[in-house]
Design a binder for this molecule. Structure first.
Ligand code: NDP
Ligand SMILES: O=C(O)C1=N[C@H](C(=O)O)C[C@H](O)C1
Length: 245
């Protein structure tokens, strides 16, 4: 039986994780954590913590997990480079799954995007990424879109800092060949849509994923927590959990 700490249980994802954990006979939620509470006692009761909160809480989460050796599944997005480095450093001591998206569909989209980018080279195909989420989302681009861009950067030899065009406005001139466009839409109750567009003269390919339930992400996170039980310290993502690498 895996004992689980779930953080942010008043939130959209925290609620979904409680539902997903209740459906898994091998998992028991032994503690929860809410904004402003001390986390150490809750952490000490759990073999693994699942966190979908805010990026500003991640340092505290890690500090506490290192004290008790608790495994971490981090789904929170919007981290700075410094915060990402903290996660990487902690993974030298405890096993961590850190993933911007826990759905099987999106992780397949990651795989397909890499393959498509390798085939549809940037000298012929212009690449654009579009994401849409509900009106409450606080980070942009989404963690999933950022990962898609990183995959595209890796496959096309471009850089996240220098080659991503975040939206376009005004007399910007023609599109640069090395540019990858990133467009963020926000509105209503959209759970999470991501599309990668490869556009050439005379043809266009669009790879799209649309999530319609947060349980998709939550069930993936619980699966990741179970998978972590048998892993040594290290930094893993959902493609490791799903065997997609
Ligand atoms: N990786 C993935 O597959 C997915 C990732 N996400 C990410 O998960 C995160 C949460 O999304 P969502 O559930 O929609 O957000 P919500 O705003 O609905 O919930 C966030 C929760 O975080 C907790 N929280 C807020 N501030 C703090 C703080 N300072 N310290 C501790 N806890 C805090 C609160 O929980 P409480 O009220 O209980 O204190 C709050 O309810 C986002 O970063 C989002 O991008 C979302 C979906 C899928
Ligand atoms: O905030 C959300 O809701 C979501 N966030 C994740 C992200 O930033 O990629 C994943 C999902 O699309 C929903």
């Amino acid at each position: 039986m895996l004992s689980l700490l779930v953080t942010g249980t008043n939130g959209r994802m925290g609620q979904a994780v409680l539902t997903a954990a209740a459906a898994e006979p091998e998992v028991k939620v032994t503690s929860t954590h809410h904004t402003g509470e001390d986390i150490d006692a809750a952490m000490a009761q759990a073999t693994c913590a699942i966190d979908f909160t805010v990026h500003g809480f991640t340092s505290q989460l890690i500090e506490s997990a290192l004290k008790s050796g608790t495994h971490l599944v981090i789904g929170t997005t919007g981290h700075s480079d410094e915060q990402r480095a903290e996660i990487e450093a902690a993974a030298k001591q405890i096993p961590i799954v850190y993933a911007p998206n826990f759905s099987i569909g999106v992780n397949t989209l990651f795989w397909l995007t890499r393959k498509a980018a390798a085939i549809l080279t940037q000298d012929r195909f212009d690449i654009e990424v579009v994401e849409m989420h509900h009106r409450h989302k606080i980070d942009s681009p989404s963690g999933t879109a950022r990962r898609l861009l990183e995959i595209l950067n890796e496959e096309t030899g471009t850089s996240y800092q220098d080659d991503i065009a975040h939206g376009r406005f005004g007399n910007i001139g023609p599109r640069k060949k090395s540019e990858i466009g990133m467009h963020t839409l926000r509105g209503g109750d959209v759970v999470g849509d991501h599309t990668v567009i490869f556009a050439a003269d005379g043809e266009r390919i669009e790879l799209s994923h649309k999530a319609s339930s947060r349980l998709t992400f939550a069930s993936g996170a619980v699966k990741a927590a179970l998978w972590l039980q048998n892993q040594p310290p290290g930094l893993y993502d959902m493609q490791d959990v799903l065997g997609l690498k």
